[in-house]
Design a protein around this ligand. Structure first.
Ligand code: GLY
Length: 406
């Protein structure tokens, strides 16, 4: 190596170190005390929600001072019992929370036979899946989970190589990006039962979604409509985002979480690569606020003034942020070097913001929900700037995931 080359490498090494150091300086992670405190405050708050919830109902949201509850068939019915279970786990196996959860599960059981929705992963795996994991009661929970996985699999078509999301609407065979989240139920059920078809369906669905749901910049469409016979994508649209070509914030979260989870479940590098590309799209987006809580849609500024959503376009979505945090923590364990460090650091920042009084409710407020300021479906004028049960679920999941790394 001559003198000039040597000098070049020394300067390069110094610059690289400075870069890493700059990143380290900006990183201040969460400690155990912070997480335990949030888990305890969340347990106290969810007990308020429990006291307000009728036996056979499921908390959905809290709007204008009024609690809104759903039946078990609503796509979110598994999140409340799931959050109770996670909070029991995070609070030294709190028995009161466990009992509240298992009592509620009795009213959810019948959804194992529901073949009219793709949301059975949310409904049954976030709930019964966690119950099985925490109690080990396989004789009780396995049959429910197996029936549920059969119901979900019944919506798979070998023509489209996807699970059909909805039976309603103008579409022929709609598949939404959210559906990536239901695949974990299937891969896990293969592990539990040895039945290979569940995992095979999940992989086919993830591969087809990879092919059709993403744009060149790795943002995703919300709805892809398939020709049910040929499996060709015939329309690319939105239902809950600002417009068809926009990047709906929670849609990007389902994609990030979904491909990170599919990499964990299969070890397929293509899923990891996709998750990293989605993470970069989100984290490098010029419209992502400094506090990392996204607006409900990254393209909200391109909405026409006459659009109904325009006056509310600057709302944040805490549910998407909670999902980003949980997914980024997991992704940080698979990615290497400064990417890994960056993902964990960004997740910590999100969790700090969500734990601040701006987002985390005071005990007894917010109808007993943990987080304020989520957006369900702005263009449908539904659940706007309110608490949502899934924001709470993924917030608690993220706290627990982070705690396990400490
Ligand atoms: N469709 C599920 C969601 O609102 O994200």
């Amino acid at each position: 190596m001559n003198y000039i080359t040597k000098k070049f490498f020394i300067i390069l090494a110094i610059l690289t170190c400075q870069n890493t150091f700059a990143q380290d300086n900006s990183y201040s992670g969460l400690d155990r005390a912070f997480i335990s405190n949030q888990l305890r405050k969340s347990a106290d708050q969810i007990k308020v929600l429990a006291s307000l919830t009728p036996d056979d109902k499921f908390p959905q949201t809290f709007v204008n001072g009024k609690s809104v509850f759903s039946n078990s068939s609503w796509w979110c019915s598994g999140f409340y019992p799931g959050t109770l279970l996670l909070l029991s786990e995070g609070n030294n196996n709190d028995k009161e929370l466990l009992k509240l959860a298992t009592d509620k599960l009795k009213f959810l059981e019948k959804e194992q036979f529901n073949k009219s929705t793709h949301d059975l992963g949310f409904m049954l795996f976030c709930s019964f899946g966690n119950a099985l994991r925490l109690t080990g009661d396989s004789s009780y929970y396995n049959p429910i989970l197996i029936n549920g996985a059969e119901s979900l699999s019944s919506r798979y078509s070998p023509n489209t190589e996807t699970i059909r999301s909805w039976d309603h609407g103008k579409w022929k065979y709609p598949v939404i990006i959210d559906n990536m989240m239901n695949l974990e139920f299937l891969t896990q059920l293969t592990k539990i039962t040895g039945e290979k078809k569940y995992r095979e369906i999940a992989i086919k669905h993830a591969n087809k979604t990879l092919k059709n749901h993403f744009r060149k910049d790795y943002s995703s469409y919300h709805v892809i409509d398939y020709d049910p016979n040929t499996g060709v994508a015939i329309a690319k649209q939105t239902h809950q985002g600002a417009f068809d070509e926009s990047a709906w914030a929670r849609g990007q979260a389902w994609a990030l979480y979904g491909y990170t989870m599919m990499y964990r479940e299969t070890g397929e590098k293509v899923y990891l690569k996709q998750a990293e590309r989605i993470a970069k799209y989100i984290l490098n987006h010029p419209n992502l606020p400094k506090d990392l809580i996204p607006y409900w849609d990254f393209d909200k500024d391109k909405l026409p003034k006459e659009s109904k959503a325009y006056s509310k376009k600057d709302l944040r979505d805490a549910s998407a942020a909670a999902l980003y945090a949980s997914a980024l923590i997991e992704l940080s364990q698979f990615s290497r070097g400064k990417d890994s460090h960056n993902y964990l650091s960004k997740a910590a920042s999100i969790l700090k913001t969500l734990s601040s009084s701006e987002y985390f409710a005071k005990l007894g407020d917010n109808g007993g929900f943990l987080l304020k300021h989520s957006v369900g479906a702005l263009p449908l004028n539904s659940e706007i700037d309110v608490p949502l049960s899934y924001a709470d679920y993924y917030y608690v999941e993220a706290l627990l995931r982070y705690e396990k790394l400490l």
